[in-house]
Design a protein around this ligand. Structure first.
Ligand SMILES: NC(=O)c1ccc[n+]([C@@H]2O[C@H](COP(=O)([O-])OP(=O)(O)OC[C@H]3O[C@@H](n4cnc5c(N)ncnc54)[C@H](O)[C@@H]3O)[C@@H](O)[C@H]2O)c1
Length: 347
């Protein structure tokens, strides 16, 4: 029997979730939609063939035929519906970034632990074949002692509008929106080493540009930031992200070890994946026989969520693996405000 799905938040990304469920009608069916803008929930429910539409997600959670929910609200509104859904005994897939702050992320992880239900974060890059291949290469010991990692996302021009530029809704700017992809990817590939100290900056360089397409009076988040993070085990991480910078577009994730390296350039013309292994004088490029199966399509991610529920499997992308991304974001904001390196305190 198809599992019953509720969708909370009927904005832009909810459409990709809905498409994902509609592609697997034998496995999942959308029962209801909730949005604080009730007419938006009604229109979406009608379009997706769902019986129920609500202005308050708690009414959706009260439906026994809802087994699982997609939380597609803006980031500052991820925590409350996720916790409430887990407490109501529903499985949850929540959009990235998991939460706006470490405290919120911690509450979500705790609610999952108590409920025993699946909490999956919709971090589609975890299914990117190149990231999976690089992670497997690292896990096989090919890098020796890892000592440096880089997560860079220089978006040349990419300032969005809407809810993304309002701190009270998005929780943050470029870090929360797209920085989280590269940051999560390098932490994930390295097996989530604990952050110890953070020295960071965040800034608003272009947010108030009069020639932009967004409302400058609404702009209250960072459009640029960098961080130097000391990780447990002696690795240093350089993290940098912009929504706009006067450099050409450049996205790059690199990890260096004493015996090799991995490099992923997810966009652009150069090879997406580079693996190397060897010594000082005999370092060789390594070409994997074939890349693992996977896709960054949200339909693929939704399928993994539904199959994990149906087969009583663990979360394909567990919530507790996202605590450190929030810890690092909190640390960057704090360090930037104080103008110095800050120690990390974990919940
Ligand atoms: N995975 C991806 O590729 C991807 C792409 C875009 C956005 N996102 C993430 O998805 C989330 C939402 O982004 P979006 O572009 O859909 O934003 P959006 O502003 O278009 O939609 C958010 C919706 O949530 C509703 N909402 C807010 N609080 C609510 C609440 N308490 N109960 C019910 N509804 C509520 C809003 O009314 C709005 O309709 C963000 O966290 C963003 O980072 C992910």
């Amino acid at each position: 029997m198809a599992i019953g799905i509720g969708i909370i938040g009927a904005g832009g990304i909810s459409r990709a979730h809905a498409r994902g469920y509609l592609q697997i009608p034998d496995e999942a069916r959308i029962v209801g939609v909730a949005d604080i803008l009730e007419e938006r929930a009604q229109a979406a429910a009608q379009e997706w063939g769902a019986e129920h539409a609500f202005g308050d997600y708690r009414e959706l959670l009260a439906l026994t035929e809802v087994d699982a929910v997609s939380v597609c609200t803006y980031t500052k509104a991820h925590c409350e519906p996720t916790v409430a859904a887990l407490q109501a005994g529903k499985h949850v897939i929540v959009e990235k970034p998991m939460a706006a702050t470490t405290a919120e992320a911690h509450r979500m992880v705790e609610a999952q632990r108590v409920s025993g239900k699946i909490l999956m974060v919709g971090m589609k890059w975890r299914f990117m074949p190149e990231i999976q291949a690089a992670k497997a290469f690292i896990e096989a010991g090919n890098l020796g002692q890892i000592y440096y990692a880089e997560a860079i996302g220089w978006q040349h021009r990419g300032i969005p509008g809407g809810t993304f530029i309002k701190k009270e809704m998005a929780g943050g700017g470029g870090f929360m929106d797209n920085g989280v992809y590269t940051l999560d990817a390098v932490l994930h590939m390295m097996g989530h080493p604990k952050p110890l100290t953070i020295s960071g900056t965040d800034a608003n360089i272009f947010g108030h540009s009069p020639d932009g397409t967004w409302d400058i009076d609404d702009f209250s988040v960072e459009d640029f930031g960098t961080a130097y993070v000391r990780l447990e085990g002696g690795t240093t991480l350089f993290f940098a992200h912009s929504w706009a910078i006067n450099f050409p577009e450049q996205w790059q994730m690199r990890i260096a070890g004493s015996r090799g390296s991995v490099e992923i350039s997810p966009f652009g013309s150069e090879p997406k994946l580079r693996l190397s292994h060897g010594g000082y004088s005999d370092l060789q490029d390594v070409t994997p026989d074939q890349l693992p199966e996977g896709s960054i399509d949200i339909g693929y991610e939704i399928k993994q969520f539904v199959q994990a529920i149906r087969n009583a499997q663990p979360s394909p992308i567990p919530g507790d693996t996202f605590l450190y991304t929030n810890v690092i974001f909190d640390g960057i904001y704090q360090s930037s405000r104080l103008g110095r390196e800050v120690p990390v305190s974990l919940p």
